[in-house]
Design a protein around this ligand. Structure first.
Ligand code: PLP
Length: 362
């Protein structure tokens, strides 16, 4: 059987032409393509400002610096997410306070209030695997306790929460354009979105050596600038995003249909239009199943095998970290199945067939 990959990047003549157009323009950094990509990203998300940077991690680091995040501050994050979600805040000397998950694998918003202390300054809900967090609960607690909310949309570009695009509801949202993401620039890249004029301005300046114009530096910044070739590529990818997300949803529906009763299929809440960055099942004998599927040339992944509250980079630095029973159980059972914007229903059927065979349910 030919390989069914876990994910796949879209590259067609339109993408190649866009890269060549930028290459031939003679402008390589933060010029017309980047400006147009920022405007298109802001419009697609439904916000005033989109600020491109070299990655989610770096643009969020700049945001935290602009916010004045400092040692002693606490930020509530899920443990079950990519490690980078909490890296920028750790670099600012702040403390991650970990929240357990609900049945969608996202932060359990019902737990938030019990985690707030006088030191809490913000919450980072992560729309994991492309499924939006229960944001009404997040915003209710944030408003009551005067906390900022940064939506981590790295895995959820184009997902909707009660009809609104993720990233447009918190004070801030951030996207990653890493190659596996729903929206990629075929390399590293990230973007901050916000309606906050002052912070947008500050992050833009931090991104470019603390300056507004070429020769006047108002404070020391960094170089987190974006480039024209990837900007041009990103613009093509953005045009295809909604179509690819629709196809991901069709693949997910096919998996749901076939796999119910064989494994635990992912939950989609009534408020959610998930975009299935990952299609994650909970499976008995998970490791054996993964090996079996590998033998059939079917790519799978585990996102993530070690929860962040148990990572050495966290446990060596922060003490008295609570256990998170739901997260710790989930990481033993989760398996990500192949899914991407160009995947066919036929390929999904082959994956389901192999899983049914493994469990003797064919
Ligand atoms: C949920 C989540 N947050 C943050 C990141 C960090 O993104 P980047 O690699 O662009 O820094 C990623 C991607 O790795 C992610 O999946």
């Amino acid at each position: 059987m030919s390989k069914i990959p876990l994910s796949k990047c879209f590259v067609n003549p339109e993408v190649e032409e866009a890269a060549l157009r930028a290459l031939r323009s003679g402008q390589y950094i933060l010029a017309a393509e980047c400006k147009a990509f920022e405007a298109e990203l802001a419009a697609h998300t439904g916000v005033k400002h989109a600020i491109l940077g070299t990655s989610w991690t770096m643009i969020v680091y700049l945001l935290h610096l602009a916010q004045g995040l400092k040692p002693g501050d606490e930020v509530i994050v899920p443990s079950h997410t990519a490690f980078p979600t909490m890296e920028p805040l750790i670099h600012c000397g702040a403390t991650p306070v970990f929240c357990d998950i609900d049945e969608t694998f996202c932060m359990d918003a019902e737990q938030l209030e019990s985690l707030v202390t006088p030191r809490t300054v913000g919450i980072i809900p992560v729309h994991l695997y492309g499924h939006p967090v229960n944001l009404d609960r997040v915003f209710a607690i944030a408003a009551k306790r005067k906390l900022w909310v940064l939506e981590d949309c790295a895995q959820a570009q184009g997902a909707k929460y009660n009809g609104k695009t993720v990233g447009s509801m918190g004070q801030f949202g951030a996207f990653s354009f890493f190659p596996s993401k729903n929206l990629t620039v075929l390399g590293d890249g990230g973007c901050l979105v916000t309606n906050d004029d002052a912070l947008a301005e500050k992050v833009r300046m931090l991104r470019n050596h603390g300056r507004k114009d070429k020769y006047h530096h108002e404070f020391a910044g960094f170089n987190v600038r974006f480039n024209e070739i990837q900007g041009a590529i990103g613009r093509v990818m953005l045009k295809h995003l909604d179509g690819f997300n629709d196809q991901r949803r069709k693949i997910a529906a096919r998996y749901n249909e076939w796999l119910q009763g064989i494994v635990r299929t992912p939950v989609e809440k009534p408020w959610a239009r998930a975009v299935y960055h990952m299609y994650v099942i909970r499976a008995e004998r998970r490791d054996e199943l993964q090996k079996f599927l590998g033998g059939r040339n079917i790519g799978t992944g585990i996102h993530y095998p070690v929860p962040n509250h148990q990572q050495p980079g966290v446990t060596s630095k922060f003490k008295n970290i609570s256990r998170l029973p739901k997260t710790e159980q989930a990481v033993k059972e989760i398996l990500s199945l192949p899914i991407h914007g160009e995947m066919t229903l036929d390929a999904a059927d082959k994956v389901c067939d192999a899983i049914a065979e493994f469990y003797g349910k064919k």
